[in-house]
Design a protein around this ligand. Structure first.
Ligand code: DX5
Ligand code: ZN
Length: 224
């Protein structure tokens, strides 16, 4: 699997969202990452299905929806209907993870599970058959612009080992503090999607930043 860059619109200029997405799409971004926060599972509040559906009208890139919300089951239909290509729920936020993932697939979306820095990879084992994507949180969720937790590299390797036995392709996404200093190592460790907020939209030239991250990731993947 080649590595795709997933700009996180959390760090974008919300008054010019369409333009910002077009900018990174033109620079080769592979997916658009949408951070949904509810002020309960995480301290921050961000956006909902309305933004996903607005984005789906202005981009052909897959919309990668990261639900940092309590009781995600309540909103799966709304996000699928809004045009989410992938819906990722937190393992820590849903009691019946197996049922939740089955429901996401039933709605026609790809199913993802996110794990916090404090959550072991082991929680993924019994749902591996239903997984299209694993999101390794490399910061504690809730805010953009935090520092990458170095131990996440080991976690990516552990997820890669687990995914290798699945019998179907599983994307491994890393989210939080991804930048030019770690993108190569993450790709080498097995990451296939790199989420980047501040290191793209916080830069003076988000298009150039996207291309630079892609290059760093490709170089790392070539070392794998
Ligand atoms: C954090 C979010 C991330 C965030 C990453 O809770 O899930 O997607 O946008 O931002 P950066 O890349 O700035 O750490
Ligand atoms: Zn995210």
């Amino acid at each position: 699997m080649s590595v795709r860059i997933a700009p996180s619109i959390l760090a974008a200029d919300f008054a010019r969202l369409g333009e910002q997405v077009a900018l990174v799409a033109g620079a080769g971004a592979g997916v658009i990452h949408v951070d949904v926060m509810d002020g309960h599972f995480v301290p921050n509040i961000t956006m909902g299905p309305l933004v996903v559906s607005a984005l789906s009208r202005v981009t052909t890139l897959p919309l990668d929806v990261h639900l940092m919300i309590s009781d995600p089951n309540q909103y799966l239909d709304a996000f699928a209907k809004a045009g989410a290509a992938t819906i990722t729920v937190h393992a820590e936020a849903t009691v019946h993870l197996h049922r939740t993932l089955a429901r996401i697939r039933q709605l026609g979306a790809r199913a993802g599970v996110a794990i916090n820095p404090g959550t072991p990879v082991e929680v993924l084992r019994e749902v591996v058959d239903l997984l299209d994507q694993v999101l390794v949180m490399s910061v504690n969720p809730g805010f953009g612009g935090q520092s990458f937790i170095p131990r996440s590299l080991d976690k990516v390797r552990a997820v890669r080992a687990l995914a290798a036995g699945a019998g179907h392709p599983i994307d491994i996404e890393v989210d939080g503090g991804v930048d030019l200093t770690n993108a190569g190592d993450l790709a080498q460790a097995g990451a296939t999607i790199l989420v980047a907020g501040v290191s793209i939209f916080g830069q003076p030239d988000p298009a150039a930043a996207t291309r630079a991250l892609q290059q760093a990731a490709d170089a790392g993947a070539a070392r794998a």
